[in-house]
Design a protein around this ligand. Structure first.
Ligand code: G6P
Length: 612
């Protein structure tokens, strides 16, 4: 979704803005722009990539030491040069970038038009900057005050940064439900939608809170107030991010790097939390709220996209190991359903970014209804991490590829540890099961490395099916969510239509689609339902479908039936998803590369969906 970067200080702003916008490209966008102050306020905007914007401003005076930058993911109005940000106020004095949606923009626009304002774009953002100008000029107010009054009239979500041509030493920023980070340097400030554009300049950051306004000045002064005008004491944090984490490290795509990183990221997620010698699993968030978690009458998991698939795996894990009922909800549906929630419920939010608007709103609703809310997120300091009563980070490091890979296995690892530790405390798993699962989980990174060794074979299979129009993914039990995830990965990055199905459900619909043109990817590692999976494969073969089976090493029966097989090491059934998802990630990746797709930034998709 939209990305913001802004700078004020002694350095030339333009390279910082362009560099920052490139760092934010991963969020997904369709146009980009910058505003600079070279004697007068100038804006440059371009549909397309940041590289095109860079070409546009190649010969422009770049000496400005203050500026705004933006990548836009279209919501109101088509992706074009006019709708791209930054947007100017009617008198041209103000310029603004915005991430979020102003829901009442239409009524605000009509009222402003009655007062003589005319608009160039179709955006809600232009309406807001006109409203701020109207308030500023009407009562001759300082910009910050005008912003404060304007925001009190706005319904919706926003992170905004403004520059005033009459005060070129100052930036004014505000947020509600869309993220904004302030980086603090020597007499300089950086503002951005996340920490990735800041990390090469400073490690000192402030995460602006909801309904706060920040005013930062070139002389180093900074003030943060609430929308109700109360001065806040900012909490300055140290960034735990290195610049190398944001580079491709020799890989062609971030997604490829992130798939390969999983041997380390799964281990990082367990580091200090799982010990074999004592033996124990310790999760700070779980220990803090142990009683409420153990007494929970129900666990509800709210998430979107790939995180929702991790939630489905947790349903199997918690029901089997902790014997507690689990419901897995699409956050976007859950939040509007007026669900029945009580103080005995635990709501777990899963989110890589910690900023997904629907997941955040679902949590706010659950919190109001008194449920314990627990966050499992990757991005440190994100909105969900700050809203929840308790939580655990997955420690996967920045995930740049839009299609989630290492964050998914991080979430599943964390949920597995949580289920094992609660199961042990509740007495719903035996000591021997506890020890077996613990040992095996500890061993998973080594087994992931083993799966990655099959990459050449997976690449070969990718070549065989890369030109198909459709694909079907089948799995049972713990592998059913993996079938959904495999299909989602293929859709997201290679634009091949794919569906995931519980293998037995195939007979109730998708079987009608099977012919020699249809590749069917069957995740067939289940010990408990082995015979049933074999029957499902036979049903596909009988209709001439092309079967690609993911099997346990040493399997012979399925290998004889399938057209292609991919082996994964044997493991405990509840841990299978951590291995079986890897070949499916690699398969989608190689198909997308062979189809010349933009793997890291697939069309229309955003990494962090900060609007509804
Ligand atoms: C977007 C991303 C997906 C992600 C989903 C949920 O759709 O493209 O990769 O799974 O949002 O994001 P979250 O950050 O909440 O996990």
């Amino acid at each position: 979704m939209c990305g913001i970067v802004a700078y004020v200080g002694p350095k030339e702003a333009c390279p910082i803005l362009l560099n920052g916008l490139k760092r934010l490209e991963y969020r997904g966008y369709d146009s980009a722009g910058v505003a600079l102050m070279n004697g007068e306020l100038q804006t440059f905007k371009k549909k397309g990539k940041v590289a095109q914007l860079q070409t546009l401003i190649e010969h422009v005076d770049q000496s400005s030491t203050i500026g705004l930058g933006h990548t836009r993911w279209a919501t109101h109005g088509a992706p074009n040069d006019t709708n791209a940000h930054p947007h100017r106020s009617g008198n041209g004095r103000l310029v603004m970038v915005h991430n979020g949606i102003i829901e009442n923009y239409s009524s605000l626009r009509k009222a402003l038009e009655r007062d003589g304002h005319t608009f160039k774009s179709d955006t809600d953002t232009e309406v807001l900057v006109h409203l701020i100008e109207e308030i500023q000029t009407h009562d001759d107010l300082p910009l910050e005050e005008a912003v404060r009054i304007a925001l009190s009239r706005v319904v919706g979500a926003y992170a905004i940064v403004l520059m005033d041509a009459q005060n070129p030493d100052q930036l004014v920023a505000a947020r509600k439900a869309s993220p904004l980070v302030i980086g603090i340097g020597e007499n300089e400030y950086f503002l951005a939608s996340d920490a990735t554009p800041l990390v090469e300049y400073t490690k000192k950051v402030i995460y602006l809170k909801d309904e706060e306004i920040a005013v930062v000045n070139r002389n180093g002064d900074m003030e943060i107030k609430t929308l109700t005008n109360e001065i806040q004491t900012p909490y300055v944090q140290e960034l735990d991010m290195k610049i190398e984490m944001l580079e491709k490290d020799g890989y062609d795509y971030f997604m490829h790097k992130e798939i390969h990183q999983q041997t380390e990221t799964i281990a990082d997620c367990m580091r200090g939390r799982l010990r074999l010698d004592e033996p124990y699993i310790r999760l700070g968030g779980v220990e803090e709220y142990e009683k409420r978690l153990l007494d929970a009458q129900r666990i509800i998991i709210a998430a979107c996209g790939t995180s929702w698939h991790a939630g489905l795996i947790a349903e199997y894990l918690f029901e089997e190991l902790v014997r507690v009922p689990v419901e897995v909800e699409y956050a976007s549906e859950f939040r509007y359903r007026n669900p029945i929630l009580t103080e005995d419920d635990v709501v777990i939010a899963l989110s890589q970014s910690g900023e997904t608007a629907d997941t955040l709103a679902a949590l706010e609703m659950a919190k109001q209804k008194g449920a314990l809310i627990y966050g499992i997120v990757n991005v440190v300091g994100s909105s969900i991490a700050r809203l929840t009563d308790a939580g655990s980070y997955i420690h996967a490091g920045p995930e740049i590829g839009v299609a989630s890979t290492k964050a998914f296995t991080g979430q599943v690892t964390l949920l597995t540890m949580m289920a094992i530790s609660l199961g042990r405390k509740k007495g719903t798993i035996s000591n021997s099961t506890f020890h077996r699962l613990l040992n095996e989980l500890h061993n998973i990174p080594v087994k992931v490395a083993k799966v990655l060794e099959y990459e050449e074979q997976i690449k070969y299979i990718a070549g065989e099916i890369k030109d198909r129009q459709h694909a079907l993914y089948l799995g049972r039990g713990y592998n059913f969510p993996i079938a959904l995830e495999g299909a989602l990965k293929l859709k997201e990055i290679s634009y091949i239509h794919a569906e995931g199905y519980p293998a037995a459900e195939m007979k109730h619909g998708p079987i009608a689609l099977i012919d020699e043109e249809m590749p069917v990817i069957v995740i067939a590692t289940n010990k408990s339902a082995y015979e049933k999976i074999v029957s499902n494969i036979q049903e596909v073969k009988a209709r001439k479908g092309l079967v690609i089976a993911v099997v346990t090493e040493g399997d012979t029966a399925i290998s004889q039936m399938a057209d292609y097989t991919i082996e994964i090491p044997d493991t405990e059934e509840p841990l299978t998803p951590l291995l079986s998802v890897i070949p499916l990630q690699l398969l989608s990746y190689h198909i997308a590369v062979m189809r010349d797709c933009d793997v890291d930034q697939p069309r229309n998709l955003a990494k962090s969906v900060t609007v509804e």
